[in-house]
Design a protein around this ligand. Structure first.
Ligand code: TGC
Ligand code: FAD
Length: 411
């Protein structure tokens, strides 16, 4: 991979920002959680308050990824918590995973992105489709945060329609030769391993593990983002890269391989987006009670109350949606279309809340002194990646009508 260096987090500044965050549970959803769930939620929340929120604004302003958090997330078990303990995971259920994503994205969508990619898009395909040797070699190092991974599906000309990808492998007898490129890949410039999807000579999509340092493989960074600034995004470039045959994921063929990984990541995003929404709501609620205009707190104006009341209503609906989805996921009954509905709804909900919350803060809302504007900009990526807002709507449309609206265009 490229030899670009990245800030390792040691130079990041603690901002003057004081984290006064309080969780909001209007329908007493905590009563539906087990003592273990509650402990996990509190543990991640405490870590976020101690290690993430004091530095994250500075990282976003400087466009730096706080790399030291990778190890800390590994120690906390945030990477691949549903993977069995045999391979370094935690053997936890999907509600535990969701709660972790919610607490992490409460601080920043970019840090949650790292957890989603590592757990759902890198560890999951190795766990579900990998050989025993691959599982033993990669999963413990990824779970502990010793190694960072990335997931290469999107190409410059094939985003919403990954089936058209042109990256390809050619069978050379002892090995495969990989050519092509991937675009918009979270964490690629910093990753030791990349799970990459490319077509074989029959045009069948195959998954493979590409390692940093393989000849012909580079991962240049994409600069100039106004969104997810505390997360590094890059490309993956393959120029006649020799892929050992044992690096191919043996357990899956076709587009359903990468799409199965997306089910897990999209599920995590549905929970994560609630975290961003909760942080915006909590900030706006507190500010509105303290900010005086026309001799009274702005929280006392009906128009402010309308905004806050609608926010907590939408958050509560999203909490119910994700909890039920988590139960279905634990029972292996959650359908991809149900996951699409939750990802789409909760991200859109979070975006609306971020905008309304920003207004409640007036001019202060545009500064880095508060987290709202950063969440708002981050969510512009979250609504696009892992399937855009409209693609998820079409997945729901297809599910309820039985008619695929993605069909090829014919002139
Ligand atoms: P289609 O013909 O519908 O399906 C092809 C095969 O895949 C199966 N399938 C699924 N399997 C598992 N889970 C799902 N969600 C599945 N959806 C479909 C399907 O049954 C079929 O199987 P088989 O056995 O019959 O071959 O495929 P299509 O080409 O018509 O596309 C459907 C569409 C548009 C929904 C799909 O391509 C799509 O979801 N597009 C959006 C692309 C996307 O989400 N890209 C995300 C890239 S990764 C990323 O963004 C990471 S961000 C990381 C971060 O958090 O930082
Ligand atoms: P396009 O597919 O070109 O879509 C453009 C617009 O057209 C959208 O509004 C879309 O909804 C609309 N559109 C497309 N098709 C249809 C249709 N059939 N009907 C109606 N409207 C349609 N990818 C990875 O593989 N790995 C990663 O780690 C990763 N990380 C990312 C990180 C960031 C910060 C970002 C921004 C993206 C990342 N992606 C990653 C890529 C992401 O998944 C794609 O950006 C996304 O799938 C959309 O593809 P596109 O950007 O090419 O948009």
């Amino acid at each position: 991979m490229s030899s670009e260096t990245h800030n390792n987090g040691t130079a990041t500044q603690k901002s003057a920002f004081t984290d006064k965050y309080e969780y909001h549970d209007y329908y007493l959803m905590d009563e539906l959680l087990t003592p273990e769930h509650l402990l996990i939620k509190q543990t991640v929340r405490d870590w976020v308050k101690k290690s993430v929120t004091p530095i994250i604004e500075d990282c976003a302003q400087k466009c730096e990824f706080p790399f030291h958090l990778v190890k800390e997330m590994g120690e906390l078990g945030i990477f691949g918590p549903t993977v069995s303990t045999e391979y370094g995971g935690q053997g936890l259920d999907y509600i535990s995973y969701g709660l972790m994503m919610m607490e992490v994205e409460r601080a920043d969508s970019g840090i949650r992105s790292t957890a989603s990619v590592q757990g759902s898009l890198v560890m999951y395909p190795i766990y579900a489709f990998g050989s025993e040797e691959q599982k033993k070699k990669y999963l413990p190092k990824l779970a502990s945060g010793e190694w960072l991974g990335c997931f290469g599906l999107t190409e410059a000309n094939f985003g919403s329609n990954p089936s058209g990808m042109v990256s390809n492998i050619k069978d050379m007898g002892d090995y495969y030769l990989l050519n092509g490129s991937k675009m918009w890949i979270s964490n690629s410039p910093m990753s030791q391993v990349a799970v990459v999807w490319a077509k074989d000579e029959e045009g069948v999509i195959r998954g493979m593990i590409v390692e940093r340092g393989m000849e012909g493989f580079s991962a240049p960074e994409i600069h100039g983002k106004w969104s997810l600034r505390a997360s590094i995004t890059g490309e993956l470039v393959f120029d006649n890269v020799k892929i050992p045959k044992e690096n191919i994921l043996p357990g899956v063929k076709g587009l359903k391989g990468p799409l199965s990984c997306l089910n897990n990541a999209r599920y995590g995003i549905a929970w994560g987006a609630m975290g961003a929404a909760l942080d915006c709501y909590d900030t706006a609620l507190r500010y509105s009670k303290e900010r005086i205009q026309f001799d009274r707190p702005i929280a006392g104006f009906q128009l402010t109350q309308k905004k806050l009341a609608e926010m907590i209503t939408e958050i509560t609906k999203a909490q119910l949606l994700t909890w039920r989805l988590g139960v279905l996921k634990n029972e292996n009954r959650a359908t991809p279309a149900q996951i699409s509905m939750a990802k789409r709804n909760n991200v859109a909900m979070a975006m609306t809340i971020a905008r309304e919350a920003r207004q409640i803060l007036g001019g202060m809302g545009i500064t880095g002194e508060y987290s709202i504007m950063r969440h708002m900009m981050n969510l512009e990526s979250v609504v696009t990646y892992e399937g855009t807002h409209d693609i998820h709507l079409l997945i729901t449309g297809m599910d309820v009508t039985g008619i695929n609206a993605f069909g090829n265009y014919e002139e």
